[in-house]
Design a protein around this ligand. Structure first.
Ligand code: RIB
Length: 325
């Protein structure tokens, strides 16, 4: 009998917010007011969204985060637990509120987001140390940059030391450079254009500039890079290969959470031991589906929906999950 000491497919370390989303004909110019129509309040935050996405895609997922002690914090935890995410490492903060995100979405589905981090910015290295056992029982640890950078860096080091593979979604762009030794521990990084510029100084507009940015990241030691190349698609580059992932045609109404679905899907595929060549299209399909509904968590797809889109696009569907190695 094989005993699987990795109890978790994916452990996510990241931020939790309450999203206040307004849909409007256009995003406001600086100084302007725009009248919208629909308003939605829901749990969000890149970390929470990614943990939820992992669970919907079939992974055993756990989440390390911090929320306030108020009802918004209760709602964020309840949303995760309802989908089977282990939230026992989501701390409650008596002195800081749950993070908040103000999201505007325009008629084309483009969005802009402003956040107030609240309890997210009170996650300390000590909180990560407390979660070490959890991190050491993960196949993949998935992180973003909504928590203080020193806590994120500590989590990357702990995850690597415990034998987990590390996936980093460097969003929002870091306020200071990430430690070079930490970048070397990242197995897969997934920057959008702004994050790629912050990390490499390269303006990513297309496939060629995405490759330039990916190559800089690979030279700095990351295992693979999946760089968003403008609106055309994403370029996944690893040592010895690359895969272009054209944007899949869907009826997009809101881009919120699409990046979270993409990163989570990559993490789930890595946890299942899938090759990057298969992980890329799966992530691309998960992200495309997320744009077809308003809001982040409400739009994150389930695995059968991702498989159906892959099939209809003539792309390979990952087969049944292999037995635990
Ligand atoms: O990626 C989308 C998320 O970014 C939203 O849910 C919002 O909370 C912000 O963190």
């Amino acid at each position: 009998m094989v005993i699987d000491s990795r109890a978790w497919d994916v452990v996510v370390v990241g931020g939790t917010n309450t999203d206040h989303l307004v849909r409007a004909p256009a995003l406001p110019e600086p100084g302007a007011t725009v009248q919208g129509d629909v308003y939605v309040e829901s749990p969000g935050g890149k970390g929470a969204n990614q943990a939820l996405a992992c669970a919907r895609l079939g992974a055993r997922a756990a989440f390390v985060s911090r929320v306030g002690a108020e009802a918004r914090g209760d709602a964020a935890i309840a949303a995760l637990e309802a989908e089977g995410v282990d939230a026992s490492h989501v701390a409650r903060d008596e002195d800081a509120p749950t993070g908040v995100a103000l999201i505007a979405v325009d008629a084309s589905g483009e969005k802009s987001i402003v956040t107030a981090p609240g309890a997210n910015h009170r996650v300390r290295v000590a909180d990560v140390e407390e979660a070490t056992r959890l991190l050491h029982r993960a196949r993949v640890v998935l992180l973003q940059l909504e928590l203080p950078l020193d806590a994120v860096e500590a989590a990357v080091r702990a995850a690597h030391a415990g034998g987990a593979r590390v996936v980093l979604d460097p969003a929002p762009p870091p306020s200071r450079p990430l430690a070079e030794d930490v970048l070397r521990l990242v197995d897969l990084i997934r920057p959008d254009a702004g994050e790629a510029r912050a990390l490499t100084g390269i303006e990513v507009r297309d496939r060629a500039s995405a490759r330039d940015a990916a190559e800089v990241l690979l030279r700095r030691g990351v295992g693979a890079a999946c760089v968003q190349a403008g609106s055309a698609g994403d370029l996944l580059v690893w040592r010895g290969g690359e895969r272009w992932l054209p944007r899949l045609p869907v009826r997009s109404v809101d881009a919120t959470g699409a990046g979270d679905a993409f990163a989570a899907a990559l993490a789930v595929m890595l946890a299942e031991g899938r090759p990057l060549d298969d992980a890329g299209p799966f992530a691309s399909a998960a992200a495309a589906l997320t744009t077809t509904k308003l809001g982040a968590q409400a739009a994150l797809p389930r695995r059968d929906e991702v498989e159906a889109l892959l099939l209809s696009a003539g792309l390979p569907v990952p087969g049944p999950r292999a037995a635990v190695p």
